[in-house]
Every structure is written in C-alpha cells, then in structure tokens.
Ligand binder design. Structure first.
Ligand SMILES: [Zn+2]
Length: 356
C-alpha cells in the first residue's frame, strides 16, 4: 500500500490558506432541544420539528459565516447524536431491546441490540445535506460515524462478530456517503474516536473498514479521532492517560498509508505530543486549536500559537485549523465565541505566512 496524497484543495473545495472548520456539533437553540446535554430530546414535534431543524441549520450556517469559518458544517442541528441518529434509521437494530455495555472501555450505557441483518432502508441525511447545500456557496462538510465507533455503541446478537458488523456498516456508510456527495457535499468526515481505544482491532480490520466506507468517493475524506466531548466520563478517562497522550502513535502510521485524505485530531490543551503529526506527513491535517472541554474562550494568540507549533510538522497548505471535537455540550454563546477565536487565530498565522 502506498501513501496517497490528498488532492490539492485549490483544485477542489477550498481556496484559502488555512481554511477553518469546526469538527461537528454546535449547541442547538433552546427552543429546539434542551441545551448543554447530549442526546437531548426535541422540544418540537411533527412539521414544527422539521421546520425548527431547518431554522437551526440556517442559524448555524449564518453564525459560522459571520464568525469566519470557511468550511461549513451542519453543526449536527438535525440530529440528536452523532452515532445514534444514524443507527436509528437502519433496519436490523432493535431500539426497544436494550442491553448495558461498556462504551469505548470507559462508561456503561444502555444500548440497542442488533437482532437481524443491518441495512439502510432510505437515505438518512441526504435531504438535510441538500438543504445545507442551498444555504451556502462555501464548501460543506458532513460527518458520519465511523464503522468501528458504530459497533461500539451496540449490543450484537446477530453477527456475533465485531469485524463482520463493522464491515456491514462500512458498506451502508459508503452508500450514504456517495449520496451525500451527489447532493453536493464537498467533504465527508468519519468520526472514529474508537481508533484511540481499540488498537488491535483497528490494525486488524478497523482501518480497512474505514477505507471501505470511503471507497470510490470523489469528495475529500476526513477521519476524526479525538478524546471525546468534554463530559465527565471522558474527562475522568483522560485523567488516567498520563502526561503524554500517545494514542495517535497507533493509528497515524496506518492512516498515513490509507486512502483517507485528512486526519482530524485533538491538540489544544490536550497532552498529545505535537511531533506525532509527523507520522501523517503528506496528509491534510485538521488540527484542534479549540478546547471543547473548557468554557474559557481561547484568545486569538493562543490559537495562533497552537497552529504555529503544528506547522513544524505539517505543510501550511495542508493545515485546516479546527476545534478539538464537537461543541454540542457547551453553552451556545461560548461555542460561538470559540468559533470567532478560531478564525481570528488562523488569520494571524495566515498573515504571517503570507508575509514570510
Ligand atoms: Zn470528537
């Protein structure tokens, strides 16, 4: 397997140097779902819910543009959760039939059960993505869960093989991704936080399943690997990881040789040694320069400093300043100000690079 270099972004979606992007979720407006909680139930129903989600999506796009974000995401305004919502739309999974399992080896959760062959009865996000496409001329990015992260939130009584189930999900994700691409999505991101936990499986079949999910796409592809939302279970886990977080050392060499264009990683305020980025040399890097586990707003200078340090290990034309992870659990005002800080910090470094 040889390393595939990403298509130059100038030829595809993004013209600007250091284009900014958020990883995924933004807080939802309080009239749509209760703020500052994950899996928050909808406050609306029926047609009002459909309209409410679209209004929230409009607001999310407007705020990203106003705050200088170059690659526009949906902020996950139309979904309850980045993994569960996708799975809810599949056949073969029984949401009434729940079992308690350990998620990413970290916390127990009551999860649905796979009871038959999994399949996608209809496109899941394609209509929402087409709606997003109409709202902006800027490049748009859509996130899907990765196959390994999907199986980690389920109990399986049908396949009884994590690898087999992941492979089935990869095939389904590939169908969805191709339809998102046809709806005008420029960048398709797979969220695989499980790659920071299950190293043996990742090596055996996890990266192959991810490549299967991304197979044949013309759109840019991203894999997002992080240390999770700023919720207690994740923060407690991080406290056990020691002074240096070297988990990426396991995944990066494999991803460097993979067909995935971009790697999205956590950096600001995390204990990830930045020189690990060297392991994905040649790939585009979406670098987390915004801490999502803290409500303190970064200063533009702090963001710039994180980006400058990363530029020792990634070429400037391959760097996308970003957030560490999704911002759904944050107060809305904080998330919006963090986007402004991100673009202000990127602007500082962009001007330095142009002046150099
Ligand atoms: Zn994340």
């Amino acid at each position: 397997m040889t390393a595939l270099s990403p298509t130059p972004l100038a030829q595809t979606a993004v013209q600007a140097l250091l284009p900014t992007a958020i990883v995924g979720s933004l807080p939802k407006p309080a009239w749509l779902a209760r703020p500052e909680v994950l899996w928050s139930p909808w406050e609306l129903q029926g047609d009002a819910l459909v309209e409410g989600k679209q209004d929230a999506l409009r607001a999310a796009v407007q705020e990203q543009r106003r705050r200088g974000i170059d690659i526009i995401s949906d902020g996950e305004q139309t979904r309850q959760h980045f993994v569960t919502t996708f799975i809810e739309h599949l056949d073969g999974v029984d949401f009434e039939n729940r079992e308690t399992v350990r998620i990413r080896d970290r916390y127990d959760a009551s999860v649905p059960t796979v009871v038959g062959a999994v399949s996608r009865r209809a496109p899941v996000f394609v209509e929402d993505a087409a709606f997003l496409r109409q709202l902006t001329d800027r490049p748009i990015k859509w996130a899907l869960p990765g196959p390994m992260t999907m199986i980690d939130t389920l109990s399986d009584r049908h396949y009884r093989s994590r690898e087999k189930l992941a492979w089935e999900f990869a095939t389904i994700l590939n169908q969805e991704a191709k339809e998102l691409e046809a709806a005008g999505v420029d960048i398709i991101q797979f969220d695989e936080p499980a790659f920071n936990v299950f190293f043996d499986e990742m090596k055996d079949w996890g990266v192959a399943a991810l490549e299967r999910a991304a197979e044949g796409l013309r759109a840019e592809t991203v894999v997002h690997i992080c240390y999770g939302y700023g919720i207690k279970a994740n923060n407690d886990w991080k406290a056990t990881l020691g002074a240096e977080w070297r988990q990426y050392e396991e995944s990066f060499p494999l991803l460097q040789r993979s067909s995935i264009d971009t790697v999205s990683l956590e950096s600001h305020h995390s204990h990830v040694p930045l020189d690990l980025i060297e392991l994905i040399r040649g790939k585009r890097v979406m670098l987390g320069a915004i801490d999502v586990a803290s409500e303190t707003i970064e200063t533009p200078e702090e963001v710039a400093d994180t980006l400058r340090r990363a530029l020792r290990f990634v070429d400037a034309d391959l760097l996308i300043p970003s957030s560490n992870c999704g911002m759904a659990p944050l107060p809305r005002k904080v998330a919006l100000e963090k986007m402004s800080a991100l673009s202000a910090g990127a602007r500082i470094v962009r001007e330095e690079l142009r002046g150099a």
